[in-house]
Design a protein around this ligand. Sequence first.
Ligand code: SF4
Length: 330
Amino acid sequence: MATRGHELPVVLNPDHVARVQQALLAWYAAGHRDLPWRQTRDPYRILVSEIMLQQTQVERVIPKYHAFLAQFPTVEALARAPLADVIRAWAGLGYNRRARYVHQAAQAVCEQYGGEFPHDRAELERLPGVGRYTAGAIACFAFEQDVGFWDTNIARVLHRVFVGPEIPRRQLTARQLDMLANALVPPGRGYDWNQALIELGAVQCTARRPACLTCPLLAMCRAAPSMQAALAQSQQHRESVPFTETTRYFRGRIIAALRALPPGAALDLNQLGPRVHPAFTPERLPWLRQLVDGLARDGLVEVAEPAAMYDAGTDEGIADDAVRVRLPGA
Ligand code: SF4
């Protein structure tokens, strides 16, 4: 139900919703990528895949997923393993804190639930490293519950189809996206529906090159008529921004600030901010966090691991000002 101030900014028309559901499910049924985690309902395997897929591309995850499960075939095997072995098995995926979280989650499942994953989404969400998105994904993909959840890709698709282009900025809050994602799940078809949204976001409705003309949702997508214009405008906007306001410039400033530190020293984001942007205020923390995450993905900085929940698929994660950054291997 809508909370005051969190109503959807659009009215969902039941006929429109039904047509979208039908078209998307038919498109998915006609063919999709054969991903290994789509061949199992084992919550442990779903957990491993979802945590690996946070911030790592599918092609890189597939061989690591097989190797990891060959080494740790069950949740008990993972829980018993020394953390050092798990971190070694994680090599090549980056963001090693995820290895620690998946290990801790396995231990929590064994110690608190006798090795059986809880089915309840709220309980799943309390496992280490399991945020709102991952809990929803396990509830849906392992236990076939009709729940909605979203990450950046699902959010993009839902926004485009039911609201319009998400460019230059999203018009839905995290709470509104929760509501929208949950409201759209066709009863009894949650598994296929959520897989289909993921598939469409990955192969058809990509961030920069949505293939509207061949899209199964073209006739019913609110963004379609203005999508290409919105993308062109944002491209023009990017090109008209002076260099000293570009992401590249600020990435360089972050590296320069870290290079100026004594070896091994790190900064938290509140310390780093004023060295990167002369008008830095706490409101800019999410912006800075995004830049730092991008640099970490490229292996240019290391983000220290705060002891807090982390789920890259949602807007909920560790507090930005708890993050500490340094040069790699410092
Ligand atoms: S019509 Fe275009 S914008 Fe709409 S869902 Fe399809 S690819 Fe995305």
